[in-house]
Ligand binder design. Structure first.
Ligand code: NAP
Ligand code: MG
Length: 506
């Protein structure tokens, strides 16, 4: 498979200006600062392998300053006593600013992450602005309860009243990955701001650009200084310092299961709260009566979107034996139609992987699939030239035990397996036979069957005739080693609040 050339496109003037500004700085306590060490991190375009800009490499010192700034802001009456209506208005303003800058955000994300411009338009807006708007409605609705109290139980011949307050947890550290850089930031920012927390955000070292732009818009919206601090840097230094910091009350992490476990250990020092959105290996189950003309394009979208660098990606396809050949043929025909090329080329339908390291990791899985006896249906090779491209790949797998079936690959390498007329529990055991439990879907016209199967899938979310339909109002998160807690919707607020009960004897 050949790849498209970079077109002679013109970036937006705003994007060109953004890229020309020199080292990107960090936002700490309302000031934009460089790293005290003077160190920087080079930022590359994965479509060309070329450096596009550099960003300050924050370390433990900057994390400490940012945590102090966030604590001061948390205690500052300008924020802690701000009326819920005012807080909501600031968030609405931020959402509007995000949308006004949508085109710039999208181009920066394409250059930083490698996603296609088409994917950036689909995935980023209005999703990111809706996330902030949805939570902007919450400050006025976070309430406690009144509870029955019987003081005579304590021998008091008096009356009493007990009520609960739901208070912000405090200083929240966020640590996020590179696959949806802005989306990951906004899904933590929304509930944290709505509840009155303050933040220290560490974006992924590979994709820091949109975090910097977000920081500028937060200032422009008028949030008090220190409410949001952004420290770019490496996971092993800045991320580790944030996870371990005694002044941080909670870490909201999205990333790999492996690093999630490191975060949990680092958090034990002060027993800070931890929420985790981790890896996935989601099943996609096609029953024989499914409408294949609809399922096949949906499979390709669910599996290969963002080059498969998607935690919810449908990576284990289970197709009933009666339709297996037609399904595999249909999917492979569409996979062959992918146009691989730089994300800024509007013709590209698949961009590069994030880095050369990630491409090597994915190609290692492809080789292991070949060696372990999976049948290569389509793809399977690197694409030469600049940039980190590989062919979209589909394997037909004889057993559930192959490395490519059991592990999260995080690339465009998908496994399809066959099932027969097993009973639903046996099929569910196969669908659940991984350490993950993030997403999954069931495809059939038989709704009774669909609901019975959906209940048996051990995942945070299951689609029936759809896969991972993200919505800001729907709780999202993982079972098993896919994570702790739920983001989005009302449930996310619980992860940023603490409940206090107050009893008054009167
Ligand atoms: P990662 O390697 O786990 O990195 C995630 C974040 O953790 C990055 O900011 C990283 O910094 C930081 N980090 C690395 N080592 C650290 C340490 N020792 N202490 C503190 N922080 C540390 O994940 P990734 O490769 O960026 O992203 C891919 C993974 O994210 C996949 O497993 C995917 O499934 C998962 N993911 C899950 C969801 C979900 O919602 N469940 C969504 C998207 C992605 P650096 O940038 O310097 O590495
Ligand atoms: Mg890394």
């Amino acid at each position: 498979m050949d790849k498209l050339a970079l077109p002679a496109y013109d970036l937006l003037p705003e994007t060109q200006a953004f890229l020309k500004q020199g080292t990107l700085k960090m936002l700490i306590g309302g000031d934009w600062v460089e790293a005290q060490s003077g160190e920087t991190i080079d930022v590359f375009d994965p479509a060309t392998g070329e450096k596009i800009i550099e960003v300050a490499a924050g370390g433990a010192e900057e994390i400490d300053l940012a945590v102090q700034a966030a604590r001061k802001a948390f205690e500052n009456p300008n924020w802690s006593r701000m009326s819920p209506t005012e807080r909501g208005k600031l968030m609405w303003k931020l959402a509007d600013l995000l949308e006004e800058n949508a085109a710039l955000f999208q181009e920066l994300e394409v250059l930083d992450n490698g996603m296609t411009i088409v994917a950036a338009r689909m995935a980023m807006f209005p999703f990111c602005s809706d996330m902030i708007r949805y939570y902007a409605g919450w400050p006025t609705k976070i309430t406690g309860r009144t509870l029955p109290t019987d003081p005579t139980r304590y021998g008091l011949e008096k009356e009493a009243l007990t009520y609960t307050l739901r208070e912000p947890l405090g200083v929240v550290g966020t640590i996020t990955p590179w696959n949806y850089p802005l989306g990951m930031l906004t899904m933590k920012l929304g509930p944290a701001l709505a509840t009155g927390c303050t933040l220290v955000m560490k974006p992924a070292e590979l994709t820091p650009m949109t975090a910097v732009l977000l920081g500028r818009l937060i200032q422009q919206a008028g949030f008090p200084e220190g409410v949001v601090n952004i420290v770019s840097g490496k996971g092993e230094t800045a991320g580790a310092a944030l996870a371990a910091h005694a002044g941080v009350d909670k870490i909201a992490f999205t990333g790999s299961t492996e690093v999630g476990k490191i975060i949990v250990k680092a958090a034990t020092g002060n027993l800070k709260k931890v929420s985790l959105e981790l890896g996935g290996k989601s099943p996609f189950i096609v029953f024989p009566d499914a409408i294949l003309e609809e399922v096949i394009p949906a499979t390709v979208r669910a599996s290969y979107f963002l080059q498969g660098q998607n935690c919810m990606a449908a990576t284990r396809l289970f197709a009933h034996e009666d339709i297996y050949d037609r399904f595999v043929e249909g999917v492979s025909q569409l996979v062959k139609k992918f146009v691989v090329g730089p994300g800024m080329n509007p013709e590209s339908t698949m961009g590069p992987l994030i880095s050369s390291e990630q491409r090597n990791r994915v190609m290692d899985f492809v080789e292991s699939g070949k060696q372990e006896g999976a049948e290569l249906v389509v793809g399977g090779s690197k694409i030469d030239g600049p940039g980190y491209f590989i062919e979209p790949t589909l394997f037909s797998c004889p057993t559930d035990e192959l490395r490519i079936v059991r592990n999260e690959i995080f690339g465009p390498v998908i496994c399809v397996e066959r099932f027969g007329n097993d009973d639903l529990d046996a099929l569910a055991r196969r669908a659940n036979n991984t350490m993950y439990g993030l997403s999954g879907s069931v495809w059939t016209q038989n709704l009774s069957l669909a609901h019975r199967m959906a209940r048996r899938i051990d995942s945070g979310q299951v689609g029936i005739n759809c896969h991972a339909p993200l919505d800001v109002t729907h709780p999202f998160g993982g079972n098993k080693q896919s994570g702790w807690g739920r983001e989005f919707g009302e449930e996310a607020l619980d992860m940023y609040l603490k409940t206090k009960s107050i009893t008054a004897v009167t």
